[in-house]
Ligand binder design. Structure first.
Ligand SMILES: [Zn+2]
Length: 251
């Protein structure tokens, strides 16, 4: 091999190495957060408006939560649209923020303008947990449109319980400030014996007898029981069927 040939060969190897390095490196960057695009629409309430600072914190927190979510449950939409709505009603019970997964790629987040400490405090206290909760729904297929589950409070309770327990593990606190000392075992039995067309609002939000969020709270209890009995982690359990989760919970 003469000097010229070996120089050319060296150059080729060098170019291939650099190209390979960039190929692998960019791969790592892509898989780190899934390169998920997020878009934001802000809707003010009758009594209050988002400030530029509010909007910036909301975007930053939501984007970093998506990146964390991607590492745990990567089956997210490639692009997610967030409708961020300011509401004047009291959301103290849920740390100032609530949400709704409309579609796999569309989430509505409601932030209370009347939260103690203001909008920025509500964002700080409640946004991460709610984003985790709603993203969990989009991965599991529990959405308002193109919902992948049959009707029934028994189904709703497990899907909401999974999202709540998942989010609560990520943020290190309960998702609501309601009492944890109710007879959730009895509530679970009530839910199981309901007809499939039982009133959603009554069993998931507010019951005429005064009980709040029966489905959410009993669902959380059932999911925790399934985790304890099976020794599985919340991400693994999140891919199980409704029937299997009831069985693991002992029902
Ligand atoms: Zn939910």
């Amino acid at each position: 091999m003469n000097t010229k040939t070996s120089k050319t060969l060296f150059l080729i190897i060098l170019i291939i190495s650099i190209a390979l390095y960039f190929f692998l490196f960019s791969k790592v960057v892509i898989t780190k957060d899934g390169n998920i695009k997020s878009n934001f629409v802000f809707i003010n309430s009758e009594q209050a408006s988002f400030t530029l600072k509010n909007k910036q914190s909301i975007k930053t927190i939501t984007k970093s939560t998506i990146s964390e979510m991607y590492l745990l449950m990567p089956e997210l939409a490639a692009e997610i649209n967030f409708n961020i709505r300011l509401v004047d009603r009291d959301l103290t019970n849920v740390y100032g923020v609530t949400g709704r997964a409309d579609r796999k790629d569309e989430i509505e987040i409601s932030i209370s303008s009347s939260y103690k400490g203001g909008i920025e405090q509500a964002v700080k206290d409640g946004l991460i947990g709610t984003v985790f909760h709603e993203l969990h729904h989009t991965v599991r297929g529990w959405t308002m449109y193109r919902n992948q589950f049959p009707q029934g409070i028994d189904t709703a309770a497990i899907n909401e319980g999974l999202a709540d327990v998942f989010a609560e593990i990520q943020v290190g606190r309960a998702m609501d400030k309601m009492s944890k000392n109710e007879d959730f075992a009895l509530w679970s039995k009530e839910i199981i014996s309901l007809p499939k067309n039982a009133d959603y609002n009554q069993w998931m939000n507010i019951h005429p007898d005064g009980r709040e969020a029966i489905g959410y709270r009993a669902g959380g209890y059932l999911v925790r029981a399934a985790l304890k009995n099976s020794g599985k982690d919340i991400v693994t359990l999140s891919y199980y069927s409704i029937k299997d989760i009831y069985q693991l919970a002992g029902y």
